[in-house]
Design a protein around this ligand. Sequence first.
Ligand code: SAM
Ligand code: SF4
Ligand code: F3S
Length: 470
Amino acid sequence: MTRTISAEELQKQRPFTEKVRQHYIAFKPDSPPLACVRTFGCQQNVADSERIKGMLAVMGFGFTEEPSEADFILFNTCAVREHACDRVFGNVGALKTIKRRRPHVLIAVCGCMVQQPHVAEKLKKSYPFVGLVFGTHVIHQFPELLYNALQQRRQLSVTPQEDGVIAEGIPVVRDGSFKAWLPIMYGCNNFCTYCIVPYVRGRERSRDPEIILSEARQLVADGYKEITLLGQNVNSYGKGESHGVNFAELLRRINAIPGDFTIRFMTSHPKDATHELFDTIAACEKVSRHFHLPFQSGNNRVLKAMNRGYTREQYLSLVAYARQVIPDISFTSDVIVGFPGETREEFEDTLSLVQEVGFTSLFTFIFSPRVGTPAAAMEDPIPADTKSVWFRELSALQEELSAQRLAVLVGTEQRALLETAAEGYLEARLPDNSIVRVEADPQYIGCYATVRIDDARSWVMHGTVLNIEN
Ligand code: SAM
Ligand code: SF4
Ligand code: F3S
């Protein structure tokens, strides 16, 4: 059952916020303490870090990207694949020298990884210089946890296994000034057999639509140009709640907020993507014509073994319906290569699905066994190097298809958001989520521009800015 943290409960954090502030004023009277917050993982983790930073700011912290300058270092971790976990352990290990040189520094590790008991145990045993470990369900208690960790010499580890909570009213320091993450729900109920997320993020729970709408209105008023609605399965937004607002209705209500902004969302689960949703996107001019719809495998036996809840045919029929009602829609997807027991023939079904749909781009992963998930216990006779060969084959196919797709765009004019400065150029994002390199003054970052696509090589496009909306 969802536990909502009441305003009174959140108020209890106030005295701890003040105590931490005083602690650092006494320790460092002449300058604010510095926090270095690093996020590993998905946008949900980024959104959590933005709230942790919000609480740190109220406690008087400034921010630095440099761990060696920081008084407080926090790693917000991801458990989705082995590689993500190895990276975190490597990075945490490297902090030992900092702790030795500057013993006052408090090192903390939070997020999905530490929700796994074996990881919390390993941090306790092998990384004693980490002062604070806290899980995904206690973020709202962060001021209290931080204060307590500052008071004790041993590692404080708080990782309750909960179904999950919803806490509103936590302050936010956003990483971006024109693109914002807006979580609409937390957790996941789907238990895909390979995936750790439901174990570390708890059960699915949706935020109140009025709270989401007021946050969206504020973002628009603050000048944000792109709002991305977040959830592990946004299509099941509102399920089991009494307010009766489903995801399509939420989109309609956000779309009705006056202003010039784009609505994106991720991630959609094919089993819950409805015709109503595609009809709504077709009717809502602010909703991006890009759909991230992970299919994971093109083979029905593998999909069943993954517990995905749809077939290849159902997936293709969704894509066909979407293209019928939104002709300019583009798709991206996630795919897993080498699920336990996958055969060459079954992998070829993935290749043919990729060919058939024509995705803008793909996020391709080699299966990584996660402790405690059903797939980790399945027999896996396919050797790792065979999986690597398949992975490269799939990547090469997608590269070829992306290049063909981009070539069609050459000569067209597109509305793009000028996003980031790179060496000598700016990166602009097209509605379908692809990137075009243009020459423009970095002062226009955050503005929409009309861009003519001049050239497309593999996945890199070059264009000319024709007009900037300022
Ligand atoms: N909730 C989203 C969904 O259902 O599509 C995505 C969640 S997950 C954070 C992002 C992607 O990681 C998944 O779509 C899947 O392709 C991949 N993934 C998850 N668990 C994995 C595993 N054990 N091994 C390899 N890839 C994995
Ligand atoms: Fe993981 Fe499946 Fe949930 Fe996505 S829907 S987070 S892949 S269990
Ligand atoms: Fe990773 Fe947790 Fe996201 S496991 S992908 S950070 S929900």
